[in-house]
Design a binder for this molecule. Structure first.
Ligand code: FAD
Length: 287
């Protein structure tokens, strides 16, 4: 089925039990080929043009269509709007995947290494879920953690992202050079109005992790009043390094290092990687 509008798509989902929506099919075909998914029917979202764009909303929010492709999010106009999301989209697989893979598919799959997920978590984005006869708004973090999951018959339509007009960074480590899935990633935003730092770590756990204590601690180490003054030291380099360690220790606790030989060494390596990513992300945001 290839509905041409949102209304048609939610009606088709309601009318066809076991039907599954499909956007770029990059994740879906992997699941079908591996025998993990046998959909009774497919509802293609490719003709719903309204889902492929984005718009501003009153109150300083960007409303992103679930059908935005990674390639579209990497374009300069979008990168000026939400730079960290553009950075995540730029690294989400090889070009043939980025040309068709979508924001909605990345969220609905909710893979640990989904690149947009730590960014949406740290930006405290929400999702609009539509079904025949109504919609509901859910924080992306609730969707990912299963606190308020996507239900059968629901379509993810829009993602609302509060625009911060403040530095934001996404950094990703992979096990090899060239496009690959993240072994660890860090999204970090500054919120100078509230003198706050928000950070999310991706790929090291089933869902992005927020090291809340480390965020609060490092916010107190930043000289917020020095921002913009040439040559001003916004943070002591030792505090930035300690922030990296703090974040990494919160996400990969000591117990993980005591695992069986291979697992313990892997956890230690991952912890070092997260520490470096968090320190660098903070440094770039404060530049
Ligand atoms: C070779 C390869 C490399 C990859 N590399 C990366 C990478 O580096 N980083 C990364 O993050 N991802 C990567 N991916 C994963 C994938 O490309 C992304 O997750 C992509 O964003 C999925 O989008 P899609 O439109 O193709 O989703 P689809 O495959 O069409 O759908 C995926 C799932 O989401 C559901 N769905 C899709 N749209 C909606 C909607 N609007 N509402 C409700 N449910 C919906 C579908 O039913 C399905 O269950 C890679 C995949 C491949 C095959």
């Amino acid at each position: 089925m290839l509905p041409a509008s949102l209304d048609e798509a939610v009606e088709a989902l309601a009318a066809t039990p076991g039907a599954v929506p499909v956007a770029g099919a990059t994740d879906l075909m992997e699941a079908v080929n591996a025998g993990r998914l046998r959909p009774a029917a497919l509802i293609g979202l490719g003709r719903i043009t309204e889902l492929r764009g984005w718009r501003y909303e009153d109150g300083g929010t960007a409303v992103l269509g679930a059908g935005l492709t990674h390639a579209r999010m990497d374009r300069p106009d979008f990168a000026a709007l939400i730079p960290a999301l553009a950075d995540a989209a730029r690294t989400a697989g090889p070009p043939q995947i980025r040309n068709v893979g979508t924001l909605g598919g990345n969220i609905a799959t909710a893979a640990p290494a989904g690149d947009t997920l730590p960014v949406l978590t740290v930006l405290e984005a929400t999702a609009t879920l539509a079904r025949a006869g109504g919609t509901r708004e859910v924080p992306i973090s609730h969707l990912l953690t299963g606190l308020d999951p996507l239900r059968p018959g629901e379509l993810l339509t829009w993602v609302r992202v509060p625009l911060l007009h403040a530095p934001q960074v996404f950094l990703k480590a992979t096990g090899r050079s060239g496009p690959a899935r993240a072994s660890a990633s860090v999204a970090l935003v500054l919120d100078p109005a509230r003198r706050a730092v928000r950070c999310a770590v991706g790929a090291v756990a089933p869902v992005p992790l927020r090291p809340l204590e480390a965020e609060a601690w490092v916010a107190g180490c930043i000289d917020w009043d020095a921002r913009g003054e040439e040559g001003a030291a916004l943070i002591d380099p030792a505090a930035a390094a300690a922030f990296g360690e703090y974040v990494a220790g919160a996400c990969i606790p000591d117990g993980a290092l005591d695992g069986p030989e291979g697992a313990g060494a892997l956890a230690a390596r991952l912890r070092r990687t997260v520490s470096v990513l968090a320190r660098r992300a903070l440094g770039r945001a404060l530049k």
